[in-house]
Design a protein around this ligand. Structure first.
Ligand SMILES: Cc1cc2nc3c(=O)[nH]c(=O)nc-3n(C[C@H](O)[C@H](O)[C@H](O)COP(=O)(O)O)c2cc1C
Length: 248
């Protein structure tokens, strides 16, 4: 069974290619989620299958209990600076998932511009966020960070970067973990756009003010697993030679 799954996943993924050093950014090869898997894909399959999906449906390829487990495991096994475990998450399901996007829309509306811009944003909120199956709201708990910094105040300057890294790692584990099980996701940052958005989200979810929102991840089965990203802006890869070197 495992080999069938591996072959399903590998068929869905492109073969690795060497980046041409001087070439213009290459158009992304078609990639798709590890759909039709009966057990999660392997680590690298999941890394390659994880993409941004804006065409999410109100459907899940896994049970709510499994969604809960994926987020819990990411919070448990994700590393954090000095193991302070500052990352928090709320899995928002069912009507609450739709309502949280209404709350975000309402708080963000004054920043959207004129009525036409608001209507365009409404259509986007309905299709891309509200239309998904669930939302995972991520936070960093400043109370945890602050109490650690009392013991090591000289690290204060470094901590914004380290907590951002910690948050990103947890989000990535969830994002790739979901992709391994046929779920698409997109990552939004409305809590950071405006303090009002942050306050509205926390109030709606009933979480403390010390939880500072780091991202809102919308999840669901994509309408077309072979169509990640935005069709107008296909993903490109800059030459690896600009980004990586080996020193020996
Ligand atoms: C730190 C970070 C912030 C991002 N913020 C947003 C965002 O606010 N809205 C959005 O639609 N996508 C956001 N994205 C998704 C990126 O646009 C996307 O990952 C990138 O274009 C590469 O595409 P891929 O995810 O399909 O590999 C973010 C990604 C990262 C890593």
């Amino acid at each position: 069974m495992a080999s069938t799954i591996r072959s399903l996943v590998s068929r869905a993924l492109p073969k690795a290619t060497k980046a041409a050093p001087k070439a213009a950014p290459a158009a992304a090869p078609a990639r798709s989620l590890a759909t039709a898997v009966e057990t999660p894909a392997g680590f690298w399959d999941a890394v390659k299958a994880r993409r941004t999906y804006y065409n999410l449906q109100n459907k899940s390829s896994v049970s709510d209990a499994r969604l809960e487990e994926i987020v819990s495991e990411a919070l448990k096994y994700g590393p954090s600076a000095f193991n302070i475990q500052s990352t928090r998450a709320v899995l928002v399901l069912g009507d609450k998932h739709r309502e949280v996007w209404d709350v975000i829309y309402d708080s963000h509306k004054p920043n959207m511009g004129d009525a036409a811009a608001q209507a365009a944003q409404k259509a986007k909120f309905d299709a891309v966020y509200r239309g998904g199956y669930a939302t995972i709201c991520f936070f960093e708990d400043t109370k945890t960070t602050e109490s650690f910094l009392e013991t090591m105040p000289f690290l204060r300057e470094k901590f914004p970067l380290w907590t951002a890294n910690t948050a990103g790692i947890a989000q990535y584990i969830v994002w790739a973990g979901l992709a391994a099980e046929g779920m698409g996701a997109n990552l939004q940052h409305y809590s950071q756009f405006h303090d009002d958005n942050q306050a509205a989200i926390n109030k709606f979810l009933g979480v403390p003010d010390s939880w500072v929102g780091t991202a809102q991840m919308v999840v669901g089965v994509p309408a077309d697993a072979g169509a990640p990203g935005s069709p107008e802006f296909p993903k490109t890869w800059n030459p690896l030679s600009d980004k990586f070197k080996v020193v020996q």
